[in-house]
Design a protein around this ligand. Structure first.
Ligand SMILES: [Ca+2]
Length: 226
């Protein structure tokens, strides 16, 4: 297996950020809040656990099709890709997506044709369009600011996926195609939620109907607002 490493600065070439697409999925509610610099109450990358699923407010799983009940991943793989930890339904990260992976290092890790920065989780859909999902469940009722990014991680394909943000499995707040490498899409929105409400960050295999080379990065933070 051919592997190589790249620096974080390489991945986040400032020139690429010029093309950053900022999408507000509820601009009137989110635009003022996004300027806050307080530490997030919840952070999908920072809070990741390879030990527990569910993991506090976060859970990792798959569904087919989108909107179906979430099947929690029960299998872990911490050895196939050095530095990556992954949750799966079965098997190993190289062969058996859907999966959710985490970079356990402080460097961008590259394997085969994909790279995972330490600031993103890696989501990969399955061959039969099993949708890979990171779910946040509201622990209390309140208003919550969600902010984050989604990005294609595969430079060889490149990534061709569909990305969705779905409230309570039936209300799609955002959907879009991720068909390029390293050009993050930024999202933010403030939502009033009741305890137990769920917000899914979901990746399917996209419009080409193929799951190959479909690694997709997500980073989302949640902060309770007054
Ligand atoms: Ca695809």
């Amino acid at each position: 297996m051919k592997t190589k490493s790249a620096s974080r600065s390489t991945f986040f070439n400032p020139l690429l950020l010029i093309g950053l697409v900022v999408l507000l999925f509820f601009p009137q509610a989110g635009s003022a809040q996004v300027q806050r610099t307080v530490t997030a109450d919840y952070d999908a990358v920072r809070d990741f656990s390879i030990i527990s699923n569910p993991n506090g407010a976060w859970s990792y799983g798959w569904m087919s099709p989108l909107g179906s009940p979430l099947n929690l991943y029960t299998v872990t793989d911490t050895t196939t890709f050095n530095g990556l930890s992954g949750w799966l339904e079965t098997g190993m990260m190289m062969y058996a997506p859907p999966l959710v992976g985490h970079n356990d290092t402080q460097q961008v890790l590259c394997f085969l044709s994909f790279c995972v920065p330490p600031t993103y989780l890696q989501l990969h859909p399955g061959p039969n369009n099993e949708v890979s999902v990171v779910r946040w469940t509201a622990p209390t009722s309140g208003s919550f600011l969600f902010q984050g990014r989604v990005v294609g991680l595969d430079h060889g394909g490149p990534t061709t996926t569909g990305f969705y943000v779905v409230l309570n499995s039936n209300n799609t707040l955002f959907s879009g195609n991720i068909n390029v490498y390293k050009s993050p899409v930024s999202l933010h929105r403030t939502l009033a939620m009741s305890a137990g409400d769920t917000l899914d960050f979901a990746v399917d295999f996209g419009q080409n109907g193929n799951y190959n080379a479909d690694s997709t990065g997500i980073q989302f933070k949640v902060t309770q607002v007054q």
